[in-house]
Design a protein. Structure first.
Length: 276
């Protein structure tokens, strides 16, 4: 496939309401950021915890101005304070991205506060497992709504702003190794959502490629990640799971690819994990 550049660790598969602004006077980080995203504008959904939180911190650490989104103000405020203490720049938007009107309001707020996004990361997601005999249709629909429909709306709104801003930018969606294969029994709803979002992202990338657009659309597919979603009590150190910061570094790799390069599928997992 000449139109996309694919990086994979092992797989050969084809492919609400704004609240507070925090900003620093100059770019600085205590964690060794090199300013690779200096003055870039980024939006990260699902930034309250886990992968989204790590990506937002990483991007701010690299100099980006970041709009952070989640449903819980407290989580965002804690993150914003951490970014502020590193002299980073972020803006809070509390809202549920499963509501299309909330998504549109979020992008309007982003545009009015910072401008058109250079990078949009769709990290909001959920998971629930169980045998199909006992797994309700309502729970299935809840997973599909957040993991697929909400991503659709965010990609739609991001492209509109990016097209109006030189037809360029990067849209990164957090998938999963479950986007490629079924990891275990009882994960039907989650696996279906991740297969669906992979296919949707691929379709959008194909649509834009060859149209003259410089908007790169890709999906980041991590293996099991040690987050509050997968390890809610944090009572055991999962040595064979990825850290959120590792996934954030992978997102940074995608976000800093050359303008003429689209990293469509980046699949990563811990060397001690057997994901298939």
């Amino acid at each position: 496939m000449k139109w996309l550049k694919k990086f994979k660790a092992v797989s050969s598969k084809k492919f609400s309401k704004p609240v507070t602004n925090f900003s620093g006077d100059k770019f600085h980080t205590a964690h060794g950021g090199s300013g690779r995203l200096k003055n870039k504008i980024a939006l990260v959904t699902g930034a309250g915890k886990g992968i989204g939180r790590a990506i937002a911190k990483c991007f701010a650490n690299e100099g980006a101005r970041v709009l952070i989104n989640a449903r819980t103000h407290k989580d965002l405020e804690l993150l914003a304070n951490e970014i502020k203490h590193g002299n980073g720049d972020c803006h809070i938007f509390v809202g549920d991205v499963t509501n299309p009107e909330t998504v549109r309001a979020m992008f309007t707020e982003l545009s009015s506060h910072y401008g058109a996004p250079d990078i949009c990361v769709n990290s909001a997601g959920t998971a629930s497992f169980g045998p199909i005999q006992n797994f309700s249709v309502e729970n299935f629909q809840k997973i599909m709504t957040l993991n697929v429909s909400a991503v659709y709306t965010c990609i739609q709104e991001a492209i509109k702003l990016m097209e109006a801003n030189g037809n360029q930018g990067k849209i990164i969606t957090i998938g999963s190794t479950a986007s490629h294969w079924s990891e275990r029994g009882g994960s039907g709803a989650y696996t279906a959502s991740k297969h669906a979002v992979y296919a949707m992202v691929e379709s959008v990338a194909r649509q834009l490629h060859g149209s003259g657009s410089k908007i790169a659309v890709g999906i980041l597919c991590p293996g099991t990640v040690d987050t509050p979603l997968t390890n809610p009590n944090a009572d055991v150190l999962r040595n064979n799971w990825l850290r959120p910061e590792t996934v954030a570094a992978s997102a940074l790799h995608m976000a800093t690819a050359p303008p003429d390069t689209n990293i469509f599928d980046l699949t990563v997992f811990h060397m001690q994990e057997k994901p298939w």
